[in-house]
Design a protein around this ligand. Structure first.
Ligand code: HEM
Length: 170
């Protein structure tokens, strides 16, 4: 009974964190990025400078919480027997596959997307303080990279959820 309640609480925290992480990427990719492309350069610069640090911290926090609660759930469900993660059962394939794709999504997000968005902010600030600088020329290429990364991470997240649901229900 207590064990089941702990599993339920960990599953709730894991799923809610995953919803927030994935929801923020969906919102950025499908709504915010297209809207930003149609803003005036001044409005886009102001939004990007004010939003990027907050958004990056928010996404990082919920990605980490999803992983921490996910790993805790693995330990709790298996009672520490990590052999259950071996790809010899549907559960093992689903959870190990989901973990592998999560690592790829984290490397792309923490290693490419967030540093790229921070570079866009730096170049935007440089342009504001020195309108003659050639920082502007680099921004479209970085924005294209951001868009590609967001779509890739989103696709990975859809696959991860499919693997998790298969693991839990098949
Ligand atoms: C290190 C990464 C992760 C680990 C270790 C992990 C682990 C788990 C475990 C053990 C379960 C419970 C399976 C069961 O009830 O038998 C689960 C369920 C779930 N996970 Fe993950 N997970 C990870 C990443 C993610 C990510 C990145 C997402 C979404 C973006 C996600 C979404 C879900 C969902 C939606 C469920 C509920 C499935 C259902 O009950 O049908 N997980 N996860």
């Amino acid at each position: 009974m207590v064990g089941s309640l702990i599993n339920a609480a960990l599953a709730w925290m894991h799923i809610v964190s995953a919803i927030v992480w994935m929801g923020s990427i969906v919102f950025f990719t499908m709504v915010l990025a297209p809207v930003m492309r149609n803003l005036s350069p001044q409005a886009r610069a102001e939004l990007s400078i004010k939003m990027t640090p907050k958004f990056a911290n928010f996404v990082r926090l919920f990605a980490i919480l999803t992983i921490v609660f996910g790993l805790s759930l693995v330990l709790s469900l298996t009672k520490g027997d990590l052999a259950a993660l071996a790809p010899t059962t549907i559960w093992g394939i689903g959870i190990s596959g989901g973990m592998t794709l999560t690592i790829i999504a984290i490397v792309l997000g923490f290693g490419i997307s967030i540093p790229t968005s921070q570079k866009i902010v730096r170049l935007t600030q440089e342009m504001q303080s020195n309108p003659q600088s050639n920082a502007m020329a680099q921004i479209p290429r970085l924005q294209k990279r951001m868009a590609m990364m967001s779509i890739t991470i989103l696709a990975l997240q859809f696959c991860i959820v499919a693997l998790m649901v298969i693991a839990a229900r098949v």
